[in-house]
Design a protein around this ligand. Structure first.
Ligand code: HEM
Length: 406
């Protein structure tokens, strides 16, 4: 909604700064729609006096994310580190919290690993991993926890395949990414998992230096081994794990909730052709917007957006769930309609930091959902909606566990 077509009354007097992270079941809370309608670019105050701008509509979120010249992603803006000189430990977001030219250089190395041709190589492996996990879940018997049996291990094992983690190490990797997941999921396994994960990645890099395999790390070492030190390679691998694990796991679990709550949508995904599944996955990505807020942006200089004056250094948070539920994307976008023609949603962000793994994630989801529903045609949620353990206040919206029965 542009400023000219907005309701004339001014916005709410006070705004809960956490409103982009709150949900009502699977949907964003109604307060987010109120904010978007009245003040899509709004100054808020977090605890400890930290001010920030929340951008909650499609037009302005896309404009901010697409303007890397006006907005910096450098995490050093928050930690006070020297611009651009941030180590992997100080910068938990990897690529997502780096600016050009550092970002451009690292991103250029990763992009070729995610082309359609490279990903095609992974498709049959993803199908096998999905079938194996569903087989294990079936053997464990009904009821089962879909997060533990399916949503969590699937993206972890796909990342193993992508990076080139040797088979005997996959169980250890699965545990490690599970611990890493818990930091963000709130179960609180401890920050040591970050250090452990980076240490593991360094070991993997050293082994691949000695004997470069067929995966992403081996290929990077063969083609760019002289330009990259071990810490940079470990940081890239860890960034892929952070970027690709919890996000995809949440999409799988919450997507299952959405489908099981909408039997008509589940039938379309179970029995539909590739085009129907394609559109359904795009709609689930938009509707669920599991990454609720994009990486923080910092204004490089004073800038006016939607009549608001943002000062140099101000923190700007783009609400992706707000943008993706904006009427600018179509009719009835508050609800799920898996037959909707795909929208140009922002579930993967926009601009130079747009998700590098988006095609891999889509491929996993397009394989996983139909396979799950075909294997268990009578699958149902084994908990009342009010008893589902949705995360509260986490940047990546998700669930701790998901009881299902068949
Ligand atoms: C459904 C699953 C996924 C969702 C919803 C998702 C969403 C996002 C979003 C919103 C961003 C940030 C955009 C921004 O702030 O402008 C991002 C960045 C990123 N994602 Fe994903 N992602 C998913 C899966 C993956 C996978 C599978 C990988 C890799 C295996 C991955 C790797 C990354 C990386 C490395 C970045 C940083 C890119 C950059 O800053 O240049 N993501 N993702």
């Amino acid at each position: 909604m542009t400023s000219s077509s907005r309701p004339s009354s001014s916005g709410p007097a006070t705004v809960d700064p956490f409103v982009p992270l709150r949900r009502d079941g699977l949907s964003p809370v109604p307060d987010l729609a109120v904010l978007r309608a009245h003040e899509p670019v709004r100054k808020v105050e977090f605890p400890f006096g930290i001010g920030a701008w929340i951008v909650s509509d499609y037009e302005h979120a896309k404009a901010v994310l697409g303007d890397a010249a006006a907005f910096s992603n450098d995490f050093g803006n928050l930690t006070g580190a020297v611009h651009g000189a941030v180590s992997a430990e100080q910068n938990p977001g990897g690529l997502g919290m780096a600016d050009p030219p550092q970002h451009t250089r690292l991103r250029k190395l990763l992009t070729p690993e995610f082309t359609a041709r490279r990903l095609k190589r992974l498709a049959p492996h993803i199908g096998e991993i999905v079938d194996d996990l569903l087989g294990e879940m079936e053997s464990a018997g009904s009821p089962a926890d879909l997060v533990r049996h399916f949503a969590m291990p699937l993206p972890s094992l796909v990342i193993c395949e992508l990076l080139g983690v040797p088979y005997p190490e996959r169980e250890a990797f699965r545990k490690l990414s599970g611990a890493r997941f818990d930091i963000f999921g709130g179960a609180g396994t401890g920050l040591s998992a970050i250090g452990e994960s980076l240490q593991y990645m360094r070991g993997l890099v050293e082994a691949q230096r000695r004997d470069p395999g067929d995966g992403l790390l081996g290929r990077l070492i063969r083609t760019h081994g002289d330009e990259l030190d071990d810490d940079e390679l470990a940081g890239l691998a860890d960034g892929v794990l952070i970027g690709g694990h919890e996000t995809t796991a949440s999409m799988l679990a919450l997507g299952a909730v959405a489908l099981l709550e909408n039997p008509g949508a589940a039938t379309i995904v179970r029995d539909g052709d590739a085009a129907a599944v394609h559109d359904a996955v795009e709609e689930l990505l938009r509707y669920l917007s599991v990454v609720q807020v994009a990486f923080p942006r910092f204004a490089r200089s004073d800038v006016d957006i939607d009549g608001q004056h943002i000062e140099a250094g101000d923190l700007v948070l783009c609400s992706l769930s707000g943008a993706n539920h904006d009427a600018a994307l179509g009719d009835s976008v508050d609800g799920l309609n898996v037959t909707r023609a795909p929208t140009p949603h922002l579930a993967f962000g926009y601009g130079i930091h747009r998700c590098v793994g988006s095609e891999l994630a889509r491929m996993e989801l397009r394989i996983a959902f139909p396979a799950l529903l075909r294997r268990f045609p009578r699958l149902r949620l084994d908990a009342a909606p009010a008893d589902i353990s949705f995360h509260e206040y986490s940047v990546v919206f998700g669930v701790d566990d998901l009881p299902v029965a068949w």
